[in-house]
Structures are given as structure tokens and as C-alpha cells.
Write a protein that binds this ligand. Sequence first.
Ligand SMILES: *[C@@H]1O[C@H](CO)[C@@H](O)[C@H](O)[C@H]1NC(C)=O
Ligand SMILES: *[C@@H]1O[C@H](CO)[C@@H](O)[C@H](O)[C@H]1NC(C)=O
Ligand SMILES: *[C@@H]1O[C@H](CO)[C@@H](O)[C@H](O)[C@H]1NC(C)=O
Ligand SMILES: *[C@@H]1O[C@H](CO)[C@@H](O)[C@H](O)[C@H]1NC(C)=O
Ligand SMILES: *[C@@H]1O[C@H](CO)[C@@H](O)[C@H](O)[C@H]1NC(C)=O
Ligand SMILES: *[C@@H]1O[C@H](CO)[C@@H](O)[C@H](O)[C@H]1NC(C)=O
Length: 796
Amino acid sequence: MSAHSSFLLFFILHSLQFLSSSTPCNAIKKSNPNNLQYPCTPPYDSYLFCNTSNPIKTRSESLISLLTIDEKIQQLSNNVSSIPRLGIPPYEWWSESLHGLATNGPGITFSGAIKSATSFPQVILTAAAFNRTLWAEIASAIAVEARAMYNTGQAGLTFWAPNINIFRDPRWGRGQETPGEDPMVAAAYAIEYVRAFQGQYKRISRRNKHGFLQRRVLKNDNGSDRLMLSACCKHFTAYDLEKWGQFTRYNFNAVVTDQDMADTYQPPFRSCIQQGKASCLMCSYNRVNGIPACANHDLLQKARTEWGFRGYITSDCDAVATIYEDQKYTKTPEDAVASALKAGTDINCGTYMLRHTKSAFEKGKVSEGDIDRALFNLFSVQLRLGLFDGAPARNRFRNLGPQDVCNSEHEKLALEAARQGIVLLKNDQKYLPLHKHSISSLAIIGPLANSTNLGGGYTGVPCELKSILEGFQEHVENIYYAAGCKDIPCNSSSSFAEALSIAREAEYVIVVAGLDLSQETEDLDRYSLLLPGHQTELVTAVASLSRKPLILVLTGGGPIDVSFADGDPRIASILWIGYPGETGGRALSDIIFGHYNPGGRLPMTWYPESFTNVPMNDMNMRADPSRNYPGRTYRFYTGERLYGFGYGLSYTSFTYKIIAAPSKLSLRGFIKAEPQMSMLSERSNAVDYILIDEMEYCNSLRFHVQISVTNNGDMDGSQVVLLFSRVSKSFKGSPERQLIGFERVHTPSRGIVATSFYVYPCEHLSIADEHGNRILPMGDHILILEDIEHAVSIET
Ligand SMILES: *[C@@H]1O[C@H](CO)[C@@H](O)[C@H](O)[C@H]1NC(C)=O
Ligand SMILES: *[C@@H]1O[C@H](CO)[C@@H](O)[C@H](O)[C@H]1NC(C)=O
Ligand SMILES: *[C@@H]1O[C@H](CO)[C@@H](O)[C@H](O)[C@H]1NC(C)=O
Ligand SMILES: *[C@@H]1O[C@H](CO)[C@@H](O)[C@H](O)[C@H]1NC(C)=O
Ligand SMILES: *[C@@H]1O[C@H](CO)[C@@H](O)[C@H](O)[C@H]1NC(C)=O
Ligand SMILES: *[C@@H]1O[C@H](CO)[C@@H](O)[C@H](O)[C@H]1NC(C)=O
């Protein structure tokens, strides 16, 4: 579905219409036109559902009890009609905020008092920073801008971000929107984003005794009550294919094993709900083992019963229609509506439920109780958002407005995010950084180098439009520019000449190559991992005649097979900048000129082109040598890689040490008593593993790993510490290694910094068995820190 800017107009017309037809004149005179967007304002303020002294549950039930069946059905769409007789204006559920306020949903319009909003880097680049504080600060900043736009009537309060599907296949067009391929990173990102965005946790930054800013998360509420905004964990679940061969996201049946479900596809969603306390879950288009996600009762109910989800479930846009139309899962549209409602979907993005629920109800396929249950979830979230609290006079966010959008603090944060995320992939003989004062001339070549469209999918209207070229013009006087290729598809080499001529003349040359949304986006997967069209030729041609080795800058969210460049000595340095957002040019020049020492790490594996032989529709994570299947992501992939997960260089070098970690850990006192123990010994003579379900007090079973990081160079730098583990014995389907902790630390030149991780064996050292149960293997677990290994033996 596409953005709709006429929403606001509709909104106002609609509201005026109901007021003029049903409100006494004095009420119109008294009311501020801005209040039209608020229910529960006089004379409609005396309903029980408006009375904030009552619990949310009571208010929600009361509102439902006042509605007719037709009014109820009108609520089941993202674009909800008004209920004039109760003074309830229309509401648009669909607003987008993936990495800044975006125009993809009709809930947001930039024609109003606020004309633009901060465009942070696309999520995949922000993820590469591996910095939880940064992630939370970005989500808080977006939330402030969102509330400001709500106050000016330009946005709703319910947003459909973050996208936390696993970046399973390098060809996926929406991998750029996600935090990458690791379930633990995706889970951590989800928690930070949702907590900060929903405003349930307040951040307090203060300096510790070493002068570093520290963040405290304070729960200001019980999670169950007030929301600043609503965030949505999407797309639930096993969704990560747009269009490949005969498969489209609308008709795809994701065949997923219990083991992959348990340790790859579900963990980000579980954390998003359990720890993030998200108030929305979006079910995806695809089927999961035969059943459309939005009609998948077991999946949706599990989120509520096992993970404690309290919020509303929306379908992806038109995903209820696809149950019938694309998936042919039901015989009639009414059955599609019934299957979604009965499974636990509460609202359909699109008009399908509006059109078919009444007849499903009349045919007895849907009961009023089914609809009431959906409405209860929907109204509860709206009530928690304060939508029915009357005019926002006592609302603590009422003062947010245009001055809080695109302010210098948010601009700085966007710049900081791009600087922290950018990954240095190659740097022969410390070619970078360049010393800008000694540069006589610089050529910048590439079809995106002078583009201001660097935001990736789900971008709105950025505060400032600056290209990469402009980012360099601020530093160097003598700059030449040529596109080289007409556009990113680069179908012809006809514009190479100008690029080659400036490359010959300039002292230093930077080529900006890679991907944009013409190659990878919603509804568009790639078929190749190589640079598009003639781009490789352009890079090679420039490299062969430039005076000095060149610097290659890669854009895009998906990995690119640039092994030609990695192996070419005429290409000294390679940087990956993802979709760096509106401050990307400045961030890149800051890094190239050494004002910032790069510390980003790849959140996804960079595969060689040969990986495209793997069928994209194969959801298996684990390698299967019997059918030549190499597996996916660093956790299971057994083939060659160009750059691995967690790879990234710095201008300085670091050494790591494990200062303290136990070598043995006893489970005595953590295994449940008798009956389970006897089952356990029946299982095998030697106890190989223990089911996590057979353990208790898992939250207090932990150990401490202390690590030191030494900066050996003469430049300060932030570095990402990644701690992995693997089991020493082989279990069927156990990962090659799995990430169990990460932390970005700043280490001054020639300095040493200590950091530490708590390892919770039940969570971090357990693996999923073939039935999807978590098991904790006995014996040695190897902790891995860069090239250091440390064994911890777990014993009963
Ligand atoms: C919302 O629904 C109304 C009818 O209830 C329609 O007139 C309007 O065009 C719809 N708006 C959008 C953005 O689809
Ligand atoms: C709101 O509800 C409370 C508690 O039920 C009640 O005491 C109070 O009178 C109500 N206020 C109004 C204005 O109805
Ligand atoms: C928060 O939860 C605690 C324990 O569950 C309860 O005692 C307390 O009253 C709750 N506070 C609010 C504001 O609901
Ligand atoms: C870069 O693009 C802008 C806007 O399209 C254009 O005005 C400008 O001339 C271009 N710069 C160069 C050096 O070509
Ligand atoms: C570029 O070439 C590809 C493959 O040859 C073709 O599918 C595409 O339409 C071309 N694009 C343009 C803009 O000419
Ligand atoms: C993490 O991000 C925050 C917010 O941008 C920043 O202040 C901090 O320096 C970053 N930490 C490191 C080690 O780079």
C-alpha cells in the first residue's frame, strides 16, 4: 500500500462534518479547532470510558458496550471512521517510524506546521554500531518528533516499527530495515527501540567517575499502563522473502523446523514482547508451515499466553485478504476474516474486514464476542496512549512541537549514528585516514555520490538534504565529481570517460559504488550479490589509472561480493556505509579524514556470489552436507565468506584479554527435584544435557567474565567487544558459535579499558534441540573473544 497524504484533509473534513451535524453551537464556539482530534472533550466528556479514574479494562469494556455491531466492524481497519454520536473522531492506526518518521503510512503527513523530520541511518547501519545506548537514544528522539507531529495533527500515536525479522538471506530486499542476522542482536535492538519509543523507560545520562556517560533505565510505570507511543514488533514470523522466482511474500509458505523456530526466528519477537513490552505485534503475509501467519492461532496465542503479550495484533497490509486471495487457505473471504479474528488478529490493515466482517457475522462465521475481543485489545492500547483522556491540557507531552523536530541535538545524533555504524572493511598499510591539509585534489566518482537520497526504505522528508559530495566539499577545496554511471543499475559504460579523466587528474580518488532501492527494497529481492550492471568495470577502470590507490565506498543494506576489490592492491581501502541518512556525507568525510576512528562491525555475513545457488525459499538455517546445503548466517554457514559477521577494522589495533572467568560451574541446586531427575537418568547413562525446563532459579545461575581491551595505537577509538560461545561436544544442529554478549567500549590511545559480561548459562549457553526445546549441554563450553578461547565446564 502506498502513502496517502490526503489523510489530514480527510481527517479535518470528517471531524467538521460530525461536529456540525451533531453538536450544539455553543460547543463549537468554545472548542479549540485543535481539539477536534480529541475524543472525550465537551460535550462528550461524561462517558465512563472518558473517566481516567477508572481502570483501562473498565473503560475499554464500557466503550465496547456502547457500540452497535456496525460501529464495531468499522473499527477493524487501519483507517477507522468516526463515531459522531459519541464524539469519537476518526483514527489512523498506520504510521511508520523505522529510522525516523516516514511517509510510508497514511498516518503521517509532512504538509503541516512540520515539514521534515530527522532521518537517521537505515537500521542495518545503526545496528553495526553495536551500541545499545545509541539505539535507545535514536528511538527516544524519533518518539519526541512523533509526539510533536501528533500534536500538530500530522501523525498518529501507533507506529509499525521495528522490523526484527532475521536477515536470513543476503538477497532479501528488506534486510536493510533489520538489525541483521543474529537473533541476540535483533532481540537487544528490539528491546532498546521499543522501551525508548513507548516511553515506558526514562533515560538518565550521567557521568561516572571516569567521565563516561552512563545510562540508567528507570521504569516509570508498570508497563501495563501509560504509553507515550505504541511500537510494533514485525513481521511475525519467519518473514524474509519479497519476490524470488515463483515465490512472493503474499503466497510464500515458509517451511520452518522447530529447531530453527526456537533459536532463530522467534527469539527477537519473544524479547520484543517480554522485555520490550511492545504494545503491538504485526502478523506477516507468509504462511508458516502451511498456515497463514495472521490465521495462525497457535503462534498468535503463544505470544499472549507464554510471552505475556498485552497489546493489539495488526495484520500486515492486506494480509487478511491474502489468506483467501493469494494463499487460497480459505474457501471464501468471510472464512478468511473469521480465521484471522479467531486466531487472534485484532485489526486488518486495509479494507478487507470492513467489507467482509458483516456478512461473516450474519453467516455465523464470526461472533460478536470475536469482534469484542479485538476491540478490547484495540481500545486498551488507545486508552493507554491517552487518546480518550480529553483535551491534552494535562498531557505530559503537550508541549512538544515544531521546535523539537530536526533540532540540533537530533541532527548530532544522526551524525553520531552514521559515524558509529560505518564499517572499515579494508585498509592496506594504513592508507586511511587521509590528512586533508595535504590533499591537493580529490575526485569523487559514482552515481550516488551527488545524491541526497541516502536514507534507504521507509524514509520521510529529511531535515537537510546533503550529498556525500557536499560532505567532502566542507573539508577539501579542490574536488572533482563525475557520476561514472548514469544510475545505480549502471546499464552502460557510456559515461565512464568523464570519470576516468578526473580520476587521472586528481591526487586521491574515492569511488562510491553499491546499491540503492532500485536493487533491494520492499517487494524486490536481488538475484546477484555482485555490484549492479557495469559498476565493477567502473571501479576497476578507475583503479587502473588513478595516480594513487583508490578508496572504495559501498552503499546499500545487503552484502555485496566485492572480492575483486578486496584482492586488488590498487584499491587500498573499502568502507561500507549502508544507507547513512541525511548526515551520511559528513560522517563519511569525518572518517576518511580521521576525525572519527571507525568502529562499526558487520551485523551480517558477506557471502560470495556462489551463495546465490542456494534456493532463497529454503528456510533451513542449518547446513546439510547430504544435499550440498551450506547453512545460513555465521551461526550455521559452513562455506567461504568474504567478510564474516562481526568483522570491521579500526585505524588503531586492539588486544583483548579474558582477565577472569570460571573454568567450572556446578548446577547443584538448580536442577528440579526428584521426579525429573529420575526421568533424566533414564534418558541416558551419562548425562549429556539437561532440559532448561528441568531447571529452576535460572535467573540466579550466572557467572562473570571480565575482559580487558588495550588500544595499541596512537588514536583513541571505540571498539566493539563480541563474546561468543560454542559447545565442545557435537549436538545435532548445534551452532558453530553463537553471540552471548556485546558491548561497545571507548579506549583511549595506548590505554586499557576493562569491561565485563554476565553469562546466564540457561539463556546463553543453551541450544535448541530438534523439537525446539532448550537444552544445556554438560561439559565444556568454549567462550570465544576474538582469537582467545576459554573453556568453562558445566557439571551437575
Ligand atoms: C478512510 O476511510 C474513509 C471512509 O470511511 C475514506 O473516505 C478515506 O478515503 C479513507 N482514507 C484513506 C487514507 O484510505
Ligand atoms: C470517575 O470515576 C470515579 C471512580 O469510579 C468516580 O468516583 C467519579 O465520580 C467519576 N467522575 C465523574 C466525573 O464521573
Ligand atoms: C506496579 O506493580 C506492582 C507489583 O506488581 C504493584 O504493587 C503496584 O501497585 C503497581 N503500580 C502501579 C502504578 O500500577
Ligand atoms: C549535484 O547535484 C545537484 C542537484 O541535483 C546539482 O545542482 C549540482 O550541480 C550537482 N553537483 C555537481 C558537482 O555536479
Ligand atoms: C538494465 O539492464 C537490465 C538487464 O539487462 C534490464 O532488466 C533493465 O531494465 C535495464 N534498466 C534500464 C534502466 O535500462
Ligand atoms: C554509544 O552511543 C552513545 C550515544 O550516541 C555515545 O554517547 C557513546 O559514546 C557510544 N559509546 C561508544 C563506546 O562509542
